[in-house]
Design a protein around this ligand. Structure first.
Ligand code: HEC
Length: 118
């Protein structure tokens, strides 16, 4: 009897945790959609398809800046990069772009590449 009640309580706690986790996961963005948004909005033209950086834009991945900083920069920059207003690039797309940059793998350690270690 007591165990049954405990088990019911545990089930309730698990369900509540699931409900809380769902919106957080949505806010964190999707790397898959982010890749599309990154291409659609032309970030790749200056930063490279893998965020590796290029002649015109610095490296963005791996280890991108936190989402808040990314958003503040992209929306308000007045330097060499054009700012992107919400009407053009939605908050969702930006969160997805962050998830995409976050998902990109780190380069392997040069010591693990035989050609670089004669
Ligand atoms: C026309 C070229 C161009 C395009 C397109 C472009 N950027 Fe940039 N971006 C730059 C340049 C140049 C800088 C460095 C500018 C500066 O420091 O003022 C930069 C800087 C940044 C930085 C800051 C990096 C750092 O470490 O300080 C972020 C983040 C960024 N871009 C994200 C994006 C995203 C996301 C997109 C697409 C929505 C995008 N950029 C599209 C040229 C571009």
């Amino acid at each position: 009897m007591r165990f049954a009640r405990l088990r019911a309580l545990a089930a309730l706690v698990t369900m509540a945790a699931g409900l809380l986790a769902a919106p957080l996961a949505a806010a964190a963005g999707s790397a898959e959609r982010g890749k599309l948004a990154y291409v659609k909005h032309g970030c790749w033209q200056c930063h490279g398809f893998m965020g590796q950086g290029g002649v015109t834009g610095p490296k963005l991945a791996p280890n991108p800046m936190p989402p808040e900083a990314l958003s503040a920069f992209v929306r308000n920059t007045n330097g060499a990069m054009p700012p992107y207003q919400k009407a053009i690039l939605s908050d969702e797309d930006l969160a997805d772009i962050h998830a995409y940059l976050q998902s990109l793998p780190k380069a392997p350690d040069y010591k693990s590449i035989p050609l670089l270690n004669p």
